[in-house]
Design a protein around this ligand. Structure first.
Ligand code: TXA
Ligand code: MG
Length: 352
């Protein structure tokens, strides 16, 4: 059956959960196919995590480099023991508090996990997603599901089924469509195999909440360019990038808005088409300009939920440049800031 040339788009009914569709998707996973499915963060591109050939199809479909490891999704905390070994007590505690939810734990890898899942490292990333469709797919498939975000490598992550299709139609078997993903940025990743726990990627679970359980957790943001050799997984600077050049402006609000306004006027005068990513409260300051605006709403959670959609929306209007104002590095703001820095490939302007 699987590995079809045409991708099936299956709507999931919120009320019934569409059990027949989920059963079909579970079969496809068990037979080595690729199923894109919603999680609470972004859409994932799933394959049976125990099947090396199926996992290699994920890398092909996404055009993902083989040195970028994949997160294994499980249905219940006990499944951790078939994925990982030497699991520390703190992992069980964190699982109890944060799962299902947007927290990924890096643990020592179990031999049953094929080496392409973990990019040949002896550690593995694991989480239980908090989304009814993801959970029922995991239960029905009966195997752990390896799933990176369901976008083409280095494109913004997909928060809607249509984003998955834009990037991957024809390369995957099915997309389970249940509308927008609620959180909108990926899970927080923490490494529990290093002497001190390390935050590897800020995400849907805030650093402040993690500090309640891991007071000693370390975070050192890493942004690495393509031509530096052997970057650690997930530290590549160019990631989540739309086609237009993104610049991030960081500073006190009023001064930053005025600076962005002036630069936008210059770009327009130079014949460039300008796109702006703006919070509701900032929009009024740019209404006099002939620009494309994508709105991020009025809070951290609306900003996270709309960020990738907004980048794709602006890209679709063929803007030459995109400007955004950097959020604070607290709560979800830390993850939003990280994704914007990557989308901007490091073009961050500090406004005095
Ligand atoms: O929210 C999410 O985490 C989404 C949904 C689908 O679950 N998944 C996701 O996967 O964002 P992906 O592939 O786009 O990001 C996975 C990242 C890798 O790029 C790498 O940074 C990190 O997880 N990772 C995976 N395994 C690792 C390992 N063994 N050691 C260090 N980092 C690892
Ligand atoms: Mg990704």
């Amino acid at each position: 059956m699987p590995y079809v040339a045409e991708t099936l788009v299956a709507q999931i009914d919120a009320e019934s959960g569409s059990p027949e569709t989920i059963a079909l998707a579970g079969d496809i996973i068990r037979q080595g196919g690729l199923v894109a499915f919603p999680t609470e963060t972004v859409y994932g591109l799933g394959a049976n995590a125990f099947d090396a050939a199926a996992v290699s199809r994920i890398f092909e479909a996404k055009q993902r480099p083989a040195n970028d490891p994949i997160i294994v999704h499980i249905a219940i905390p006990e499944d951790i023991f078939s994925i990982a070994r030497d699991v520390p007590d703190i992992a069980a505690q964190l699982a109890q508090v944060f799962w299902p939810g947007p927290l990924t734990l890096i643990l020592k890898k179990h031999d049953a996990i094929p080496s392409n899942v973990t990019a040949n490292q002896d550690t593995v990333a694991v989480r239980i997603p908090d989304h009814p469709v993801a959970l029922s797919l995991l239960r029905t498939a009966g195997v752990p599901i390896g799933a990176p975000s369901a976008n083409r490598f280095s494109r913004p992550s997909p928060t809607r089924a249509e984003h998955v299709l834009t990037d991957l139609a024809g390369s995957i078997d099915v997309v389970l469509d249940s509308g927008s993903t609620p959180i909108g940025v990926e899970s927080t990743i923490i490494d529990l195999t290093s002497p001190t726990p390390r935050l590897l990627r800020p995400g849907g679970t805030s650093l402040e909440r993690l500090r309640e359980y891991l007071p000693e957790i370390d975070y050192e943001p890493k942004y690495i360019t393509d031509n530096q050799s052997a970057p650690a997984p997930g530290t590549l600077l160019k990631h989540y990038a739309p086609h237009a050049q993104v610049t991030l402006y960081d500073g006190e609000r009023q001064a930053t808005i005025e600076h962005m306004h002036a630069i936008a006027m210059t770009e327009i005068a130079n014949g460039n088409k300008v796109g702006l990513l703006l919070s509701d409260e900032d929009i009024g300051h740019f209404e006099d300009l002939n620009v494309e605006i994508a709105t991020l709403g009025d809070s951290e959670s609306t900003t996270a939920a709309r960020l990738y959609q907004a980048l794709r929306e602006l890209d679709a209007t063929h803007v030459d440049v995109i400007f955004a104002r950097a959020p604070h590095s607290t709560g979800l703001g830390l993850a939003i800031r990280d994704r914007l820095i990557r989308a901007a490939e490091g073009h961050v302007v500090t406004v005095e």
